[in-house]
Write a protein that binds this ligand. Structure first.
Ligand code: ATP
Ligand code: MG
Length: 395
């Protein structure tokens, strides 16, 4: 008996002709994730009937590590541990009992189960319903305190009989769901050190966008610790999107000129408009398709509908705001779940929280914003900022 993991993916099985591409990308992402914890990951992953299987995991410890990294791969709905055995009914029964016992140990009663067999090996002496029945009976007899529920079981025991080898898996750890990273194209995430933008980035990644993070850094107005916070956040986001890069854009010149030359009420709006201009230049260079932010309707003066409109009009790309209609508690819950919250609440200032005007405009007008910017050379400032943006080595 050998340990295996069964990986289920949901939505991508709906994708018609693109299905192949989605599955290939998911497979690649699975292999990449596994290769951080085991050798030879590529050879261990196989696909069958809309599921991936991972074999050759050796110890329980190695299995746990694999489940851990796989639970962060977008596109994966669930990971179920189990066993592979010879396609021999006695061996299969034994494995089924083992798999159910293992899954049950992780659950609070009442625990129910259901057996679901697929017979890829048509030479196997029993039909699928016969296997279901035989295994159901064996499990009921050998594992105490179990019920059967064919509609909504706590343990969905999946049995796949292939020529010479049978896979038996139960129990499950949830994955993020969504789509494999890379299948929705590339995007830029405007990443501050706050609570919101990391969550917005996670949601974009979860929907398959290969995101790079862009941080505007006003050194020395904001210190090294403000940047380090963003670095730590990127390390967490990389668990979901391992290729994520952190781009640091030098924002000091833009910030000081905005502060010096523009009306106080419009400061934040103009800084945001500048961020959009710079992000658009970078987005174009990297072949991106959209700019993501953590903005949320009504949260602050710069996030009224009027403000959002005036801000995004300087972007050449769609500005997407995954959190736009979230309540703060929903965002916080997600931030805690993905592991960015504790970093985000560290008390280092961001460029926009420094020198926030006392009475920022809540209903900015596009013409007033444009007028206010006449005192800046917006194109030159944006170009210079984009040209001096550097990729930060995340190690
Ligand atoms: P966050 O918690 O993400 O900081 P917030 O609700 O505090 O969001 P603001 O600080 O007003 O809102 O920023 C709005 C959005 O602008 C952020 O979510 C982020 O996408 C972007 N942003 C703000 N500051 C920066 C920065 N220094 N670098 C990059 N993007 C930024
Ligand atoms: Mg903020």
């Amino acid at each position: 008996m050998e340990r295996v993991l069964l990986i289920r993916y949901g939505e991508i099985s709906l994708k018609g002709r693109n299905r192949r591409q989605f599955e290939d990308t998911l497979r690649e992402n699975i292999v990449n994730a596994l290769s951080t914890v085991v050798d030879d990951a590529g050879r261990r992953v196989s696909k069958s009937h809309g599921r991936f299987y991972v074999t050759g995991l050796g110890s329980e410890e190695s299995e746990k590590q694999c489940i851990q990294v796989l639970s962060k791969v977008p596109g994966i709905v669930a990971i179920s541990p189990g066993f592979a055995t010879d396609s021999d009914m006695e061996a299969v029964k034994k494995a089924a009992i083992f798999a159910v016992e293992q899954a049950k140990a992780q659950m609070t009663p009442p625990v129910t189960f259901k057996v679901d067999t697929r017979r890829a090996d048509k030479g196997f002496p029993l039909t699928s319903p016969e296997v279901n029945q035989a295994l159901g009976a064996a499990v009921l007899k050998n594992v105490p305190g179990l019920g059967v529920d064919v509609h909504n079981p706590s343990i969905h025991l999946i049995v796949e009989i292939r020529p010479g080898r049978t896979y038996i898996c139960g129990g499950q750890t949830e994955g993020p769901g969504g789509l494999p990273v890379g299948t929705s194209g590339k995007g830029i995430l405007l990443l501050s050190g706050g609570i919101d933008s990391p969550v917005a980035g996670y949601l974009a990644v979860k929907r398959g966008v290969a995101v790079d993070a862009l941080h505007f850094w006003s050194y020395p107005i904001t210190g090294v610790r403000a940047r380090d916070k963003v670095v730590e956040i990127c390390k967490v986001l990389r668990k979901f999107n391992p290729d994520l890069r952190l781009l640091i854009a030098p924002f000091t010149a833009i910030q000081t000129q905005t502060m010096d030359k523009c009306p106080e009420k419009y400061r934040v709006i103009i800084m945001r408009r500048m961020m959009m201009r710079v992000a658009s230049l970078i987005c174009r260079d990297m072949g991106g398709l959209a700019i993501f932010t953590g903005e949320n309707l009504g949260q602050v003066a710069s996030q009224t509908l009027e403000s959002l409109r005036v801000i995004e009009s300087t972007s050449d790309y769609p500005v997407l705001r995954p959190l736009i209609c979230f309540d703060k508690v929903e965002t916080v819950r997600l931030a805690q779940q993905i592991g960015t919250y504790d970093i985000s609440i560290l008390p280092y200032e961001d460029c926009c929280s420094v020198f926030v005007p006392k009475h920022p405009v809540t209903k900015p007008r596009p013409d007033v914003a444009e007028q206010a910017e006449r005192l800046l050379d917006v194109e030159a400032l944006a170009k210079e900022c984009a040209a001096n943006t550097e990729v930060f080595d995340l190690g």
